[in-house]
Design a protein around this ligand. Structure first.
Ligand SMILES: *[C@@H]1O[C@H](CO)[C@@H](O)[C@H](O)[C@H]1NC(C)=O
Ligand SMILES: *[C@@H]1O[C@H](CO)[C@@H](O)[C@H](O)[C@H]1NC(C)=O
Ligand SMILES: *[C@@H]1O[C@H](CO)[C@@H](O)[C@H](O)[C@H]1NC(C)=O
Ligand SMILES: *[C@@H]1O[C@H](CO)[C@@H](O)[C@H](O)[C@H]1NC(C)=O
Length: 451
């Protein structure tokens, strides 16, 4: 309140009218770029698409009165050629839908489309009724947005869009766990409410489901993340990491709510919803942790690594300035080199060029009041990490080789460590323990001899 008054009085004293924003860009030059956060991204074919978020930039050498502004286009980056975080060409694609921050993107890789759900209207202007927006890519870095009607409108109309859910997409559906709804996420909502349960959206049928609390891996979850791991179990598995679970409904009290530590990990089958837990070993990342970025990829040796970076601990008001990888099937954490360019949360991470992580945007708004208005040391807010060499870098390599585990992670597997994993139960063991060098009784007998 005080700050708002000060700003209005200062403007009145100068007798100046607020600028109309005509000189702002959705993708400013690296020199004018200051900070981007709460943008969300996905990869379709050879392009990264970035949607939403707020952006701080220089306009005639200074930051304008609003400091940050919503982004009015969807951005895309070509992955078929190499670039650096400074010379990267970021294309802008017109967007008719609302320009929000912190949306949830659901990716339908098979149909070359993604959906934008929830998020906040910046400054609450021009809010409209809840819709699901669909972006259909054209295969050459562009595409178009259309509102997407639910096949079951009655159920859809009872669903509340929010922010800070844990969400991911399988090949057939989107899963959205928990989150929080507010007057910034939904038209005419009078108060904040922690959302319970899990939503699913089936890409093919267009059916939304609001699962009951029992059907979700957590009754509520705020600020956590989910990652679909396709290569274990009959339907793949969804890993749910970090975040807080305050009571459903009403304002969340982070200080008293339970949180998910990263030592015991929860995951579930996205079709049967059967839930599992398993203890991890190695360099377990500190928690509570929220608003961090997660991504993951399958290695040529049939394993899967989940990358986790940054985020924050609201309870002790500290930023997590770090990065880790959780290797499957061993459930072992490895601490990675510290990311360059300062601590950040609210960033988004995607896999690009076979084995590189692209981290987009993010800021420290928890401990640094000027986190958004000081120039991000990462050019354009972009950082890259090579999962095979375990090195941070400032360039994207379009010709990187297939992803093989880094030596330090592979070394863990070569020490018969898999035999020493203490499985939570036989079901988890069945999902992950690989039966190497064991001749099953069902195998055909070896050919007696030959020649
Ligand atoms: C996006 O549009 C809004 C409304 O016209 C404007 O206030 C804002 O400055 C624009 N954002 C950018 C980055 O130009
Ligand atoms: C609100 O809508 C009006 C009319 O379409 C438009 O001119 C204006 O730029 C919008 N404002 C924002 C902040 O999006
Ligand atoms: C799902 O339904 C429950 C019970 O009606 C409701 O409390 C909750 O807010 C709904 N979830 C969402 C995301 O709309
Ligand atoms: C605040 O964030 C900015 C931009 O990331 C950084 O340059 C600055 O050093 C930070 N200040 C503090 C006190 O951490």
């Amino acid at each position: 309140m005080t700050r708002f008054l000060v700003r209005v009085l200062a403007l009145a004293a100068l007798g100046r009218v607020a600028p109309v924003g005509a000189l702002l860009f959705d993708s400013p030059t690296p020199d004018n770029f200051v900070h981007r956060s709460l943008a969300r991204a996905t990869v379709l074919g050879n392009y990264v698409y970035i949607d939403g978020g707020d952006l701080c930039q220089l306009e005639n050498g200074r930051i304008n009165d609003y400091r940050t502004n919503p982004v009015n286009s969807t951005l895309s980056i070509d992955l078929s050629t190499s670039w650096t975080t400074t010379n990267v060409h970021i294309r802008t694609i017109p967007k008719p839908g609302p320009n929000k921050i912190n949306v949830q993107l659901f990716t339908d890789t098979e149909r070359g489309a993604f959906y934008s759900w929830g998020g906040e209207w910046v400054r609450g202007t021009n809010m409209t009724a809840t819709k699901l927006w669909k972006f259909t890519a054209d295969g050459s870095g562009g595409g178009n947005w259309t509102p997407s009607e639910a096949a079951n409108p009655a159920a859809f109309n009872d669903i509340h869009p929010g922010v800070w859910s844990a969400h991911t997409s399988t090949n057939t559906q989107a899963l959205n766990i928990g989150g929080i709804a507010s007057g910034w996420t939904e038209l005419y909502r009078p108060h904040n409410d922690v959302l319970g349960g899990m939503l699913t959206y089936n890409f093919k049928s267009g059916i939304w489901e609001n699962g009951t609390l029992g059907y979700s891996p957590y009754p509520t979850l705020m600020g956590g993340a989910a990652q679909f791991v396709p290569n274990y179990g009959p339907n793949g598995l969804v890993f749910v990491l970090g975040g807080y679970s305050p009571p459903v409904g009403g304002e969340p009290y982070i200080g008293s709510s339970t949180f998910s530590d990263l030592e015991t990990i929860t995951f579930f089958d996205p079709v049967t919803k059967k839930k599992y837990m398993q203890r991890t070993t190695g360099d377990v990342p500190p928690s509570p942790r929220s608003k961090f970025c997660v991504s993951g990829l399958q290695s040529t040796d049939g394993g899967y690594e989940i990358f986790v970076s940054g985020g924050q601990n609201e309870r002790s008001k500290v930023m997590h300035y770090d990065a880790y990888v959780l290797s499957l099937p061993g459930f072992v954490w490895t601490r990675l080199p510290e990311p360059p360019a300062g601590p950040r949360s609210e960033q988004t991470c995607v896999i690009v060029g076979k084995r590189q992580i692209l981290s987009i945007g993010g800021a420290d708004r928890l401990t640094n009041g000027t986190g958004m208005t000081q120039k991000d040391e990462a050019p354009n807010g972009l950082l890259l990490f090579d999962m095979s060499t375990l090195k941070w870098k400032d360039s994207y390599d379009a010709n990187a080789a297939a992803y093989q585990r880094a030596d330090v992670i592979q070394a863990w597997y070569s020490k018969d460590a898999m035999d020493k994993v203490e499985w939570a139960d036989g079901d988890v063991q069945k999902l992950f323990a690989t039966e190497t060098k064991r001749t099953s009784m069902l195998d055909p007998p070896p050919l007696a001899h030959c020649c």
